[in-house]
Ligand binder design. Structure first.
Ligand code: KG4
Ligand code: ZN
Length: 373
């Protein structure tokens, strides 16, 4: 799907247009995502059609540094975003006049990037006299499974696992979330990325670790399972990463065994923690996974088995909706409009970008978790 972009040299590009084109009479939301290292724009209708979308990944820009460099990310969003809006509108056979609302990620995320997306959305809202919808990026992830699956009903238990987030949420309804767990240090994707860095596998590390793990012994290296068995369903991965570093430095282990043993330890933690969260969740219809790490086949398989054990449906949106994208932001806008949660005229144009923005404002602070959204 990825190919070098002629319009945005240096960026991988993915673009698509719905085969049925545009029907009239639908509510159309234009979505913008720029909170991390993906610049994305999408047009999504209230009947769940993704009319057109584009994603430019900055992987190549950040690869030399082994992680996302915020300043580079913000500059790259500036270069790409406005022409991408024009291009997606053209792909959808539309102009700004055909759009009913402009949705953009307003946080949480890398603040420079969030500001680029939000200011672009404000400019479009102002120029087109359209309502602005300031979207919580985590709400985009949380509702993305319903864009893919019209039958997925509330409430469901969501494991949101990406490079920046690792949370378990009861998704009770639009704008109604109860956070059952978060990480007290690293996110799961971050642990994959750091392990990849230790093993010299490049960035982003998750897919590379998963590939190498297939050739290794998942029990070949003795690694810790942080917080396994603990009462609260929170996560911790920093100690696991440090143990991988020490084991690698010892020179006693094959990289494939390290990758496989890391992945096994991480999965054991995820399943133990999610089981604990399931004990606390009330009346869930399904177990759902979203975020970039949902690409991992062992994670999907293990969660599906857990869902079956608990008599729950299992859902994982298609990968293009799991990793950061603008369709989920536009869809969250549609859901908020549909649920009557948007003030007439939309959110104020003075609204600020937020580096932190918890989905569940009631969630208790967890010791050590202050750095993660
Ligand atoms: O959702 P996403 O695209 O961006 C963030 O919001 O962070 O997630 C990217 C994260 C990275 O940490 C990446 O290493 C991880 O998802 N990831 C994977 C796999 N594919 C992507 N982790 C494990 N196994 C994979 N196959
Ligand atoms: Zn994300």
């Amino acid at each position: 799907m990825s190919s070098p972009s002629p319009e945005w040299p240096g960026f991988a590009e993915k673009a698509e247009v719905a085969p049925d084109g545009v029907l009239s009479g639908r509510r159309i939301v234009l979505g913008i995502e720029s909170s991390c290292d993906e610049t994305a724009v999408a047009l999504v209708a209230d009947d769940r059609t993704i009319i057109a979308q584009a994603i430019a990944s900055q992987d190549a820009e950040h690869a030399p540094y082994g992680g996302v460099v915020p300043e580079i990310a913000a500059r790259a969003h500036v270069e790409v975003l406005a022409p991408m809006v024009r291009r997606v509108l053209a792909d959808g056979g539309m102009t700004l006049a055909d759009v009913d609302a402009i949705a953009a990620t307003a946080g949480p995320g890398l603040i420079g990037g969030v500001m680029v997306g939000l200011v672009t959305a404000k400019a479009l809202a102002l120029a087109g006299d359209k309502p602005l919808l300031a979207i919580n990026h985590l709400e985009g992830h949380a509702l993305s499974p319903r864009l893919a699956d019209a039958d997925l009903a509330f409430p469901y238990l969501l494991l949101l696992a990406s490079g920046g987030h690792c949370q378990i949420l009861e998704v009770r309804g639009v704008g109604n979330y109860r956070r059952l767990a978060t990480t007290i240090d690293d996110a799961l994707g971050e642990a994959f990325d750091k392990t990849a860095k230790i093993l010299g596998l490049g960035y982003p590390g998750g897919p590379a670790v998963e590939r190498l793990a297939r050739e290794g012994d998942p029990y070949g290296v003795d690694l810790p399972r942080p917080l396994k068995g603990s009462k609260e369903p929170h996560f911790s991965f920093a100690g696991l990463k440090s143990a991988v570093l020490r084991a690698n430095d010892s020179g006693l282990h094959k990289p494939a065994d390290l990758a496989a043993s890391f992945q096994q330890a991480a999965m054991d933690c995820v399943i133990d923690r999610t089981s604990r969260a399931l004990e606390r969740a009330q009346g869930m219809t399904a177990l759902v996974v979203a975020g970039g790490v949902a690409a991992n086949a062992s994670l999907r398989d293990a969660l599906e088995a857990l869902a079956v054990k608990h008599g729950l449906e299992f859902a994982a949106p298609p990968m293009k909706l799991c990793t950061d994208n603008a369709a989920m932001i536009a869809w969250a806008g549609q859901e908020r409009l549909g649920a009557g949660l948007v003030e007439p005229g939309g959110d104020p144009l003075s609204i600020a970008a937020r580096p932190r923005w918890p989905l569940d404002p009631e969630a208790e602070a967890v010791r050590g978790a202050g750095v993660k959204a």
